[in-house]
Design a protein around this ligand. Structure first.
Ligand code: PLP
Length: 465
């Protein structure tokens, strides 16, 4: 019989055989695999977590540098969050959202609408970020169908974007490796340039670059026709594209052009909402935007439960209510829409964020950015950029060309391996390391994180010598 091990504080994994990594290699298909090892991937086992730390299968404690996938905002093993899930499950574990509703979902929608900018008043809950983006896009299609504009459906997206892994949402993705071997509905999507100031065309200052992006936006709409374009979808800060903070004023100008052309502005805040930039939503409080829809997920439950959603403007709902097709159905829903456990948990998560953690995140963010910026003295580092508690260390072959491709392709993975040994989990993205720790991180833990990164990058420079 296989040996059995008690793990975590409460022995939650009791009864699971010890050779989990080997079992995974035989039976688990992990996300983002490559063909050569699909279904046989060896990934590090993570056994437990507490606060900003996780512990791997060898008992090594690591700072959770990327907060899982930008999501463990309140950190691991937070008792109030665990307790509320238990209590909700003991009261009502599920209700069918089609013809009944539950109180936690209603109250969470009210709280989210109160925190959202402009006319955003209602929430459609989903199971995560991809389903939130998919919902927003299908809602745009339905809205234009009901309003008698069936041709107004194209979606504007940008290079460097990541919007999810369901078919339509994934079609918006702008990073080449997300699309190289995958199909998509390309006929529905118009791709625009990435708003990446670091890799802007040579000779342009950042203002001129912003003007160029805005001009491209206007020109493409004029060439295609606004009557064919339903929505623009954009992350306020492109996260998985490498923490691309757009030039000042650019997003506001794009929003205005959308308004002028009756194109819905969908702000994808799956990463930036729920504290990552110091506020519940960044669209209004950081960028002064009033989107027609905002998508969110991840931090809404600090990663304890799969939940996401779309906040929708009262204006759009009112137009539908007044349309000539009162019987037209938005035939879209998920078994787990408005899940009571997820919504009860998200309410508690929001209480803790608003009572203590948002203020802390705003206080600690400048220190986080300043300390990480010191890594720019390392020759391998082209730029450290970021906003709030999200940052990216962008490694280059040389600072003049800023070329990441001439570098060893596994440079991010090399840094990650060294940092793992030293006690920090890194999120490697080819030549980049993304840092987005739990929002509860302290100044001291930031110092440790930056010191480990410095050592990990230095060791990588030795490897590449
Ligand atoms: N949108 C953005 C901006 C994201 O970063 C992600 C995931 O990283 C998604 C959507 C998809 O979310 P999920 O993985 O929860 O489906």
């Amino acid at each position: 019989m296989a040996a059995v091990r008690e793990t975590g504080s409460g022995g939650a994994n009791a009864g699971i055989p010890e050779n989990a990594v080997e079992i995974a290699r035989r039976h688990l298909v992990q996300p983002w695999p490559v063909a050569g090892s699909v279904g046989a991937e060896a990934r590090a086992l993570i056994d437990d977590g507490e606060g900003v730390y996780i512990t791997d299968g060898d008992g090594k404690r690591l700072i959770d540098g990327p907060a899982g996938m930008w999501c463990t905002n309140l950190g691991h093993r937070r008792e109030e969050l665990a307790r509320v899930m238990y209590e909700q499950a003991m009261q009502l574990s599920y209700n069918t959202p089609w013809y009944t509703m539950n109180a936690p979902a209603a109250e969470l929608a009210r709280r989210i609408a109160a925190a959202a900018p402009g006319e955003l008043s209602h929430v459609f809950f989903t199971t995560g970020g991809s389903s939130a983006v998919e919902t927003a896009l299908r809602f745009m299609q339905f809205y234009n169908n009901v309003r008698g504009r069936p041709d107004k459906k194209l979606i504007l997206s940008r290079g460097g974007a990541y919007h999810g892994s369901t078919y339509l949402a994934a079609s918006l993705n702008g990073r080449p490796r997300d699309r190289d071997w995958m199909d998509g509905t390309d006929d529905l999507v118009v791709k625009l340039s990435s708003p990446d100031p670091f890799r802007r065309p040579k000779g342009l200052d950042v203002n001129a670059f912003a003007n160029l992006l805005v001009e491209e936006f206007r020109d493409r709409i004029a060439a295609i026709g606004a009557d064919k374009i339903g929505a623009f979808v954009g992350e306020p800060v492109q996260a998985s594209g490498g923490v691309i903070v757009p030039p000042d004023g650019y997003l506001q100008r794009i929003r205005e052009i959308c308004r002028e052309n009756d194109i819905l502005y969908i702000s994808d805040e799956v990463v930036t909402a729920f504290g990552r930039l110091g506020h519940v939503f960044a669209s209004g409080d950081v960028f002064g935007l009033d989107p027609d829809m905002i998508t969110f997920a991840k931090g809404v439950t600090s990663g304890y439960f799969p939940l996401g959603g779309v906040v929708i403007s009262e204006r759009l709902l009112e137009e539908l209510r007044r349309s000539n097709h009162p019987d037209a159905m938005f035939a879209h829903g998920l078994t787990y829409t408005s899940h009571p456990i997820g919504c009860a948990l998200a309410l508690k998560n929001l209480d803790i964020l608003e009572d203590e953690v948002l203020a802390h995140a705003r206080e600690v963010a400048p220190y986080f950015q300043t300390r990480l910026k010191t890594l720019e003295d390392l020759p391998l580092v082209g730029e450290v950029r970021g906003l709030g508690l999200m940052a990216c260390v962008d490694c280059v072959a040389d600072r003049e060309s800023k070329n990441p491709l001439q570098l060893d392709k596994a440079v991010g993975a090399r840094i990650d391996a060294h940092c793992h040994e030293l006690g920090l989990l890194v999120r490697p993205l080819i030549n980049m390391c993304v840092m987005s720790p739990p929002l509860i991180i302290t100044h001291e833990q930031i110092d440790t994180m930056v010191a480990i990164l410095r050592e990990g990058i230095s060791r990588t420079m030795e490897d590449l010598r």
